[in-house]
Design a protein around this ligand. Structure first.
Ligand code: ZN
Ligand code: ZN
Length: 157
């Protein structure tokens, strides 16, 4: 009776060991597969996720333009040097983009210096009363970027 019980347990243990104890040789053979599944897979997923986050959060490639107003630069003696061919407000010391006729701060008429004879006139008047040059005020809009000022820029005017 005891032998029967013993052999029963033995066969039970054998059976269990076959089920529970893994076949290590086969598992080692599967290691590359596990490596791919458990390491490379999540790693690739993580990289793809980070890439996505970068794509979503990176600065927009669309170009924004500096539409002013721009402060009027003083000349070497500290006086404001109104730009040529740009609408400007002498009261607020600001130059405005093309098409502006009135100062948005107080509604006063903007001025415009003739690029030829430098005489100021209201920005809405296309023809210079002094030299007759027809010119529409405005500056070429520049992309918003850290640009160093051209050497001697205002002095050329
Ligand atoms: Zn103004
Ligand atoms: Zn003129």
């Amino acid at each position: 009776m005891a032998d029967a019980l013993s052999s029963f347990w033995q066969s039970l243990l054998d059976l269990t060991s076959q089920v529970v104890i893994p076949d290590w040789a086969a598992l080692v053979g599967l290691l590359p597969v596990f490596f791919v599944l458990l390491v490379l897979g999540p790693l690739v997923t993580l990289l793809a996720f980070l890439w996505l986050v970068y794509i979503v959060r990176r600065p927009r490639p669309t170009i924004e333009f500096d539409e002013g107003p721009w402060p009027i630069q003083p000349d070497l003696e500290g006086r404001l040097e109104p730009p040529l061919a740009e609408p400007y407000c002498p009261d607020h010391g600001l130059a405005y983009r093309a098409g502006m006729v009135r100062c948005p701060l107080d509604g006063s008429i903007l001025l415009f210096r003739c690029p030829k004879c430098r005489l100021a006139r209201p920005a809405g008047v296309p023809r210079c009363g002094n030299c007759g040059l027809v010119a529409v005020p405005g500056r070429a809009l520049r992309p918003l970027a850290p640009v160093s000022p051209p050497p001697g820029g205002a002095a050329l005017a």
